[in-house]
Write a protein that binds this ligand. Structure first.
Ligand code: KIV
Ligand code: ZN
Length: 516
């Protein structure tokens, strides 16, 4: 039987550190539910010491997700570890993941600690973590720029202190396949107790080598791959889950390993993440990009029609593409809608189903065919209503240079209307919202794209707006793109106002700590 390689998904932790990928608790839970369907072994849910919201996000996922292990990150510090332990408290199968840097460059310039001090800190951290949770992972940050014999020493210390997993990350995306394979072989061969633990790789993609390095690490003895959906993550991102899994799947004669992944959930996971974060998937992204299975050249098309094997190394169906393209029409009814939403992995309450049905009928009135991606987008934007403070009722714009906009919002029972001029209709409408809510956000990012092909497509709008120096993302969807844009802007405003209210206006709400 093929040996098992565990998939440790860090989309919600390292992935969430990508610029523009921050998610609120509810969004994180939606992704976690999909990751469970995808079949990952571990979901790294966050870095609980970073902020109260981050703590709550991990705690909620630990409570709700029972089908995979839930990990939380902590530096090798007592308060970090205790906070991570508390966030994991409801988890069925928790993993406390603690780390400290091991390269001389980090020791000298960041930690200002000697190698001996770092060994002591690592041992103490793992011992404390082990007293709080059943399973502990230890990471030697910047391992690929560390002295290999020092990695042996620190791995031995961590194993003696109770670590179950030793992770050797390529934190800065610097290594190469041959080098990382040699590093794992060296550390595994020379560390006493190596056979008692699982070795893990965690690669960043600065040189575009993360997937190749992960496969080489496995050849060197790693049996856990840390990765993210769509490869999102710090800087150029992490090992892309879909690419590494499909490489193992497609080339099983070279990579004789089993992962527990249900590959048919790959495209749905990728699409959901893109809709929740607003981060677009490049058309040519392997496995999940729009063009990944599109054959443009006539000679290729001809070959594929004769036999798909001529130019296709995996089928679109095997990664969950083309599955149930057309979903529903206007007459499908509430029950049909509920069944389809369930098939997509959503458990909706009666109230949510009612709201979704209203949105669906509204959309089906405007566009004949409602596709799976339309439905996903409606469900993602449905969440915007669950903590809505301001609700967009209507927007009208006219002219240009200057353009004029009239916006009507609802807050509680009050209807609030204002107008503004601006450089274009969207600018004018955003300014009108600012006037109504009495705060002025700085628009950092604005993007509109179509959910599906066709002139009547649903327009998805994504904004990032900064208030008091903290960025808030918003999304909206409508067949009218100005309406979608205003919904997205109001969604970001709502997130800011809700956070301020939760913390009674304290600045604590607007600060958080990130992994260095
Ligand atoms: O890249 C890295 O080294 C990390 C660790 C915290 C595992 O993300
Ligand atoms: Zn990382």
């Amino acid at each position: 039987m093929a040996e098992r390689v565990h998939i440790f998904d860090t989309t919600l932790r390292d992935g969430e550190q990508s610029p523009g990928a921050s998610m609120d608790q509810h969004e994180k839970l939606q992704i976690a539910i999909q990751l469970e369907r995808l079949g990952v072994d571990v979901i790294e849910a966050g870095f609980p010491i970073a902020s109260r919201q981050e703590f709550e996000g991990v705690h909620t996922i630990a409570r709700e997700i029972r089908g995979c292990r839930i990990a939380a990150l902590a530096r090798s510090r007592k308060d970090d570890i205790e906070r991570a332990g508390a966030a994991l408290e409801p988890a069925a199968d928790p993993v406390l993941h603690t780390f400290i840097a091991t390269s001389d460059i980090h020791l000298e310039h960041k930690l200002r600690m000697s190698r001996e001090q770092v060994l002591d800190a690592a041992g103490e951290a793992v011992r404390l973590a082990k007293s709080l949770t059943g399973r502990v992972e230890f990471s030697a940050e910047d391992a690929t720029r560390s002295d290999w014999d020092y990695l042996v020493q620190i791995s031995k210390v961590a194993i003696e202190a109770g670590a179950d997993v030793i992770n050797l990350p390529d934190t800065v995306g610097y290594t190469t396949p041959d080098e990382i394979r040699g590093m794992f072989q060296h550390v595994i061969a020379n560390t006493p107790g190596a056979d008692q633990v699982v070795f893990s790789c965690h690669n960043h993609n600065d040189l575009g080598l993360a997937v190749a390095n992960a496969l080489a690490a496995v050849a060197g003895g790693a049996r856990q791959i840390e990765c993210t959906v769509n490869g999102i993550g710090e800087r150029a991102g992490n090992t892309s889950l879909e690419e590494v899994v499909m490489a193992i799947h497609t080339r099983s004669e070279i990579y004789p390993y089993e992962c527990n992944i249900n590959t048919r959930e790959i495209v749905p996971s990728s699409t959901l993440l893109s809709k929740v974060t607003g981060l677009a998937i490049p058309y040519n992204k392997p496995v999940v990009g729009r063009n990944a299975f599109a054959h443009e050249a006539g000679i290729h098309q001809h070959g594929v029609i004769a036999n798909a094997l001529t130019y296709e190394i995996m089928t679109p169906e095997s990664v969950g593409r083309n599955r149930g393209e057309l979903v529903l029409g206007k007459h499908s009814g509430k029950h049909g809608l509920q069944t389809r939403a369930q098939e997509l992995g959503y458990k909706l309450s009666e109230d949510e189903l009612r709201q979704l049905y209203d949105k669906f009928i509204d959309l089906a009135d405007k566009k004949k065919e409602v596709f799976e991606d339309d439905l996903r987008m409606l469900i993602v934007s449905l969440h915007n209503q669950t903590f809505e403070i301001y609700h967009m009722l209507q927007v009208h714009t006219s002219g240009h240079d200057p353009a004029m906009a009239m916006v009507e919002l609802k807050r509680g029972d009050d209807k609030l209307v204002d107008t503004s001029i601006g450089d274009g209709p969207v600018h004018a409408a955003f300014m009108a919202v600012d006037r109504i809510v009495g705060i002025s956000g700085k628009l950092e990012h604005f993007e509109v794209r179509a959910t599906t092909p066709g002139k009547d497509a649903l327009g998805e709008a994504y904004v990032t707006v900064s208030f008091e120096g903290k960025s808030f993302k918003g999304n909206g969807a409508s067949t009218d793109i100005i309406e979608a844009a205003v919904q997205a802007y109001v969604n970001a405003v709502n997130k800011y106002v809700a956070l301020k209210q939760e913390f009674n206006g304290s600045p604590e709400a607007l600060t958080d700590e990130r992994v260095p």
